[in-house]
Design a protein around this ligand. Structure first.
Ligand code: GUN
Length: 290
């Protein structure tokens, strides 16, 4: 049987429609959620992400504030901007785009964001809350990954989920979310022995290692759900470059029950959940103030 292709563009577009309706309703009460994005330097991929974020934020009717700062911005100046945003009542979500220039301590900056406005879900308070099952702002890419898996199978309970990669941004939080979904979760990483053997046991395989085409057919069980978080730019044989995932889609897809393409899978879901997290942060702030 051919697999279900989990279409992130379609799912993200539907999510944005739902958010737009809620934001239109808030506007009738004179209320508007606001997202601030801070970009330091000239990383070309970051510039594209930030432009997309701003465009989509405005499209659904949220306030979008952008701070584009030169690469030589000092850590102190960046911390001062975050502090100002922390206290700005029009701003409900703050995102500092990563990577930051080397002279800036990224951890220090992320920890300076008010956890209630931390729409990336990267702050230690939110990571800790997620780990113990408390209400938290949860990282966007993991939310998008689990959402796509659930489009194929609503109840993931009891599945063996294998997560490839242990980053704070994707691997660890996606593992926490899958635990909350009652999966049996294994995380494999660069020091794991027999990665292929373990991956072959997965009912749900999440690839988040940033290695192009790492997951081949020998690593996938028949009928597995495969979620590819990778976004890797690779040269094309005839010149130029293209984007591929961590999964060799063409080699793997016919073994799977459902699989995300790259591009057009998890990628579009990340921004959709950033917007959803901003609305959530707004709602939490309303609840605190009333
Ligand atoms: N750089 C690439 N992806 C992300 C993301 O989701 N959040 C932030 N802050 N920076 C990123």
């Amino acid at each position: 049987m051919s697999p279900m292709i989990l279409d992130g563009n379609a799912a993200a577009s539907q999510l944005r429609d739902e958010l737009r309706q809620k934001i239109t309703a808030l506007a009738t009460q004179g209320k508007q959620p606001g997202l601030a994005v801070v970009l330091v330097g000239e990383n070309p991929a970051s510039k594209v992400y930030v432009a997309n974020k701003a465009k989509q934020t405005k499209e659904i009717g949220m306030l979008s504030v952008e701070h584009r700062l030169p690469a030589e911005t000092s850590e102190a100046d960046l911390l001062a901007i975050v502090e100002k945003l922390n206290h700005d009542p029009a701003i409900h979500g703050i995102l500092v785009q990563l990577p930051l220039p080397e002279h800036i301590n990224a951890e220090k900056v992320l920890e300076s964001i008010n956890p209630d406005k931390d729409v990336d879900g990267f702050h230690a308070v939110n990571a800790g809350k997620l780990a113990i099952g408390m209400n938290a702002l949860v990282p966007c890419t993991p939310l998008g990954s689990v959402y796509l898996a659930k489009m194929y199978k609503k109840d993931l309970s009891g599945l063996h989920a294998v997560v490839i990669g242990r980053s704070n941004i994707v691997g660890k939080p996606v593992a926490q979310l899958l635990l909350q979904e009652n999966c049996t979760v294994t995380i494999v990483h660069s020091r794991t022995k027999n990665i292929a053997d373990i991956c072959r046991q997965a009912d749900l395989l999440v690839a988040a290692i940033g290695k192009p085409l790492f997951v081949g057919a020998d690593m996938v069980k028949d009928g597995a759900i495969v979620i590819d978080v990778g976004i890797n730019r690779v040269p094309k044989p005839d010149g130029g470059s293209k984007i591929v995932g961590d999964v060799d889609f063409d080699a793997v897809k016919d073994k799977t029950a459902a699989i995300t393409p790259v591009p057009g899978g998890v990628g579009p879901m990340t921004i959709a959940f950033l917007l959803a997290n901003t609305l959530r942060a707004f709602e939490l702030s309303e609840a605190r103030n009333h």
